[in-house]
Every structure is written in structure tokens, then in C-alpha cells.
Design a protein around this ligand. Structure first.
Ligand code: SF4
Length: 208
């Protein structure tokens, strides 16, 4: 059974597919933090703002592969063969196996994953977005986009340009210094045009 925190229909807010309608499937669990506040200090990834613990979100639960495909299909407004599903988390690669990818493709879904890049991926995922975290080793070194939160002391953009991604995005860190972070990110992209600016449009549009 696949453990899923929530599933909902929305618009992808960031990165290469920004603006594109998609069903988001948020898998429970992550290998870099338990998801519980009491464990945050000992987590590898400490600035997470996502609730991925448990299965109690909208449409959350435990699903077989076909049940999960049916639930996702039920949220898409038209012919499901054009359906775009974004698998996120938590760390979706902990659960996305070849069986699930086969079933999603049998339904005609186009499959994207948003991963921290530290877990090996099953074959067949159509769009891979890696978002590196500090103090981790990236083992997913090829894909559609690499999206780096900026600035981070531990992760410099130049450390990633040798990897095999079609697009490289910098996304301003969303903390109390957000205005400053946006300015620095724009400056970096202008000086290093291999990098494109990714803005979390869903946050200022007020969509999930
Ligand atoms: S890898 Fe992603 S989901 Fe996991 S703790 Fe970090 S930000 Fe949160």
C-alpha cells in the first residue's frame, strides 16, 4: 500500500511547469526528517515547511496502485489521458516503485516527481525535478530541472552545474529575509545566466 498525505488538483506554482494544471499527490514520509516537530533539531533537513506526516490530509490514505490512479483520475476535470500528476512529499521516491509508474502510465498519466535527489528513482518517470538539500549527497544526477533554494551557505549553485539537467533554477529562500533573498537571487541569475529564476507563484496567488 502507498501512504499518501494528500491529493489535490491545483496549478503548479514553480519551476519549469509553473502555471500548468496538475494533480498533486503528496506521499507521506521523508528520509531527511521524520516530519515531527520534536525531531526537527536532529533532522538533516531543518527548514522544511511541508506537512507530510501521516495520511490525514485531503484525499489522504493508504492506496493500492490502481486505487491511487483512480483517485487521481477522479480529480482531473477532463479526459484523464492528458492528466499531469506531480508526485511530491515528503520524499516520494521512497514509495514510487515501478509498479506504480506502470499503472500511472497505463492510465495515460504524465508523471513528474519533486525529489530531494538522495534516493534512487524507479525507471520511467517523465519529469524529474531535484531540489538539493544541505549536507546531503545527490545521487539523482540527471533530469528535467534542478531547483536550488538560494541563498544557502552549504549549497553553492556552481556546485551543481556539471550535473545533467535540462534546466537550472534558483528559487529565493522564503524566510524573514525574503525581499533580500529575492534581490540576491535576481542578481545571481543576471550574473550567471545558466540559472533561471523560479518564483513560488502559488504563494502570492493564494493557491495550494
Ligand atoms: S527533503 Fe523536502 S520534504 Fe524532506 S524534510 Fe526536506 S524540505 Fe521537507
Amino acid at each position: 500500500m502507498y501512504k499518501v498525505k494528500e491529493i489535490y488538483y491545483t496549478i503548479q506554482g514553480e519551476g519549469f511547469h509553473a502555471g500548468r494544471p496538475a494533480v498533486f499527490c503528496r506521499f507521506s514520509g521523508c528520509n531527511l526528517w521524520s516530519g515531527r516537530e520534536v525531531d526537527r533539531e536532529k533532522a538533516i533537513c531543518t527548514f522544511c515547511d511541508t506537512n507530510f506526516w501521516g495520511t490525514d490530509g485531503i484525499n489522504g490514505g493508504k492506496y493500492t496502485a490502481s486505487e491511487l490512479a483512480e483517485k487521481i483520475k477522479s480529480l482531473w476535470p477532463v479526459d484523464h489521458e492528458s492528466l499531469f500528476v506531480v508526485c511530491t512529499g515528503g520524499e516520494p521516491a521512497l514509495q514510487m516503485d515501478e509498479t506504480l509508474i506502470h499503472v500511472f502510465h497505463d492510465y495515460g498519466f504524465e508523471i513528474a516527481i519533486e525529489t530531494n535527489g538522495t534516493v534512487e528513482l524507479a525507471d520511467g518517470i517523465d519529469w524529474i525535478c531535484v531540489s538539493p538539500k544541505a549536507d546531503t549527497e545527490i545521487i539523482v544526477k540527471t533530469g528535467g530541472e534542478l531547483k536550488l533554494v538560494y541563498p544557502q551557505i552549504e549549497n553553492q549553485p556552481s556546485d551543481f552545474l556539471h550535473l545533467d539537467f535540462k534546466h537550472f533554477y534558483l528559487q529565493p529562500l522564503d524566510d524573514k529575509n525574503q525581499s533580500e533573498n529575492i534581490r540576491k537571487t535576481i542578481e545571481y541569475c543576471l550574473a550567471n545566466p545558466q540559472w533561471k529564476l523560479s518564483v513560488q507563484t502559488h504563494k502570492f496567488l493564494g493557491i495550494d
